[in-house]
Write a protein that binds this ligand. Sequence first.
Ligand SMILES: Cc1cc2nc3c(=O)[nH]c(=O)nc-3n(C[C@H](O)[C@H](O)[C@H](O)COP(=O)(O)OP(=O)(O)OC[C@H]3O[C@@H](n4cnc5c(N)ncnc54)[C@H](O)[C@@H]3O)c2cc1C
Length: 397
Amino acid sequence: MESLAIVGGGIGGLASAILLSKKGYKVTIYDKAKSPQPVGAGFLLQPPGQAVLHKLGILDKVLEQAVPIVGLQSKTLSGRSLLDLQYSRLKGSPRNGLGVQRSTIYQALLDEALSSSLVNMNWDSNVEECITKGDVVSVVCNETKVDYDLCVLSSGSNSTMANKYFKDRIHRPYGWGCLWTTFELPGTLAPNILHQRCESSKKMMGILPVRKSGEKYEAALYWSMKSADIEKLKRSDFPALKNEIMQFWPDAKNSLEHLGFDDFIAASYNDNWIPKPFKGRIVAIGDISHATSPQLGQGCTMALLDAWSLAKHLSKEDDSLESSLEEWWNTRKYQLSYVRQLSKFLTPLFQSESKLCEVFRDWLMAPVGRLPVFDNVQLKTLASDVLLRGASIELEE
Ligand SMILES: Cc1cc2nc3c(=O)[nH]c(=O)nc-3n(C[C@H](O)[C@H](O)[C@H](O)COP(=O)(O)OP(=O)(O)OC[C@H]3O[C@@H](n4cnc5c(N)ncnc54)[C@H](O)[C@@H]3O)c2cc1C
């Protein structure tokens, strides 16, 4: 195998391009965006995701603009603690999360990918299909058809491309999403915590510090809403909504005051799952294969781990492709399946209209979660330190 196509130059696609070009493959990335898209609000990047960035040689660059996050605090409006997870309580080596703008990671990945003479980037290239025939896969885009030895599909959560090749792919919208924005972190909030406030299971707001600029911090704000309500939201509805947000969390009032409708981005979430995400000469990684709702803060880290592990397992020997992909998936499927199932279980506790979910969360899950054994499970889950299998050893090398 010599030449690889990557469909989707987002987080997983760019990381794959860097890693695979380092192994000597000629890589062509196709992205439907007309030009680079350093956009998005923010991620909580977990320790294994940081380790992948370190392997890629871009962690220091990202750290310059990221904020160390030492814990997650989720409270009800009345101040009752629902979750208080501190990375410092994790057993083993000291770790923390990173609050980081998507644009920071994206730009660092893009610069690194484009610095390789083996990586070719095609913008404005909405791939229509990939056709596998024998030992080649043809990528069809902009009325051209180019043959490759392997195609990595990394076209994100909403992409339906994979449906053609993986008939058993699950793609279910969650029904709830968020409005996102970035704003100045209110001075009353600690700059190293992911803060969350909930009222029943219907209302939730989160504030994640993502960048330090001078003495101030920028933060990503997310406001949970039903997807149907997001779709109906009009410019004229915005002042009332902003008022509701400011009353919900008065600390945020001053920082929000000057923001308008256009400063907010709508995001919808999907439950995606491909039971076996490789077939012939096509392999799917990242959100197209296993998107979840972002409550657990795992999406970016999972895409980076997919890319890392895939590059590790691919070999230039053509006849071992099927077994290489099988081995790759064996290192990824347990963690990804765990994250997906947990996300499906937890999301309604924070984003639904169910009274039962609220009672369960506040009166059972929260107190039980404080017991040391569950606290440890929650912490390991948050830090993406579960079912890493071979990947953790490789990352620590
Ligand atoms: C613009 C944007 C902003 C985002 N902002 C946030 C955020 O603020 N917070 C958060 O938690 N997550 C955000 N995400 C999602 C986050 O990037 C992913 O959850 C995670 O990083 C996994 O990434 P991925 O590589 O699977 O896909 P993504 O990073 O989503 O990348 C998918 C890429 O595929 C391209 N693409 C799609 N279809 C095609 C096609 N047919 N042909 C060619 N290219 C195609 C897209 O243009 C995109 O560049 C954002 C994603 C995007 C694309």
